[in-house]
Write a protein that binds this ligand. Sequence first.
Ligand code: ATP
Ligand code: MG
Ligand code: MG
Ligand code: MG
Length: 490
Amino acid sequence: SKWTGVAVRKTFFEFFEQRGHTIVPSSSVVPHNDPTLLFTNAGMNQFKPIFLGTIASTDDISKLKRAVDTQKCIRAGGKHNDLDDVGKDSYHHTFFEMLGNWSFGDYFKKEAIEWSWELLTKVYGLDPGRLYVTYFEGDSKMGLEPDLEAKELWASVGVPEDHILPGNMKDNFWEMGDQGPCGPCSEVHYDKVGGGRNAAHLVNQDDPLVVEVWNNVFMQYDRQKDKSLKSLPAKHIDTGMGFERLVSALQDKSSNYATDIFTPLFDKIQEVTGARPYTDKYGKDDTDGIDTAYRVIADHIRLLTFSISDGAVPNNEGRGYVVRRVLRRGSRYARKYFNAEIGSFFSKILPALVEQMGEQFPEIVKKQQDVREILDEEEEAFARTLDRGERQFEKYAAQAVSNGSKKLSGADVWRLYDTFGFPEDLTKLMAEERGLTMDEGEIAVAREKAREASKAVKESVQTFAKLNVHQLAELKDKLQVPVPNDEPKF
Ligand code: ATP
Ligand code: MG
Ligand code: MG
Ligand code: MG
């Protein structure tokens, strides 16, 4: 295919540049100045102050009317969280690129819809018969009208009526988070099977062969703390196209992972581990679990490299805890499925990623050495407890089976986290592999108990501070209270 990843990106930029858009760089994937946001989760994040009308006139982007870019995005926590799908499906990543074009109070629905259709069908040459579009059907509870304008615009560019579908609040009203800019949206979906079938009933049904590729958001509201919608000072266009999904469609692959975006990473993983080659099998078809592990590791090295390069370091809180969880999850896959030695595994995959993406994102070239060191340090720390933790997990799992409950107790899940550094999502994965369940409520109780204990310890420390040396010496031997870690905050 002439549509290499690089060519797809370049063509997107050129198309919108020819239509008066300025190419802007991706913003950091770590939103250092937005505490409401864990990671950058969409292209519009860096333009939020423009939408809200709060941008300073001295800001570089304040004069922009039209922009185009590819944005580094992470969806592994917060309102948009796809971590649990990664490895299992063919089109969600924790880290991905979002191609986008913007109008800031300039053009609106007409141009946005006409250009997206022209780009997809005329420039990229996708078969119009395989494309489906959606529009917002309205929501009477929120007092929102159906977006018949978008519906008519799609018809006017030539989309047949049975390929134009209504969608609800969940699919066709885009929101950045619980608060902030939002608006009705209109999306493009691609049928990977084609052959004249009508796939309208499969749109938005999580069917891996009928995939959402592009979202056109008509920004016109600001969601308030009290949940009400306030109109923005002006109307804007905000679009987001999944780069990996587009490339997969253009290379006529059934999965994002079968494209030249992931192949170099799989090759490297194979070289490092000596495993069998990647075959793009899913679920039960992936009988030895190796393909799933390939996907998890290739996905996770991308999140790790980009988040660390942009300044998120693994720790026990917020962003840092996402990075830590992802590294631990990936390490465990590497060990279980590739028999890899944990301690410097991810850093061996790193050069392939830097080689592949360093030209578009020079920060990962510049920060390569730091990333390597942080990865190794963090992995080594986990390697020390991974063994013991896995043995402990086996013990708990055997108990759950023998007592007939087939459920890991909340206390066990907590202990795996607190003592062995197993994030809950990792424990959940391991439990799933064994056909065991976990109970969120029970885990919350265990967490709460630990918090109480930790509070009690802190209070006694304050009391001890008032005692004299002799009183302290007397107490010392009696004090054997373990100090639990603080609960990670999200
Ligand atoms: P989906 O319904 O498939 O989860 P979405 O509706 O959550 O996607 P949007 O918030 O509309 O996605 O983001 C715009 C575009 O970004 C999507 O149309 C899709 O192409 C892409 N995208 C979203 N999430 C992911 C992801 N986890 N991995 C890869 N691409 C993604
Ligand atoms: Mg989603
Ligand atoms: Mg969607
Ligand atoms: Mg969407």
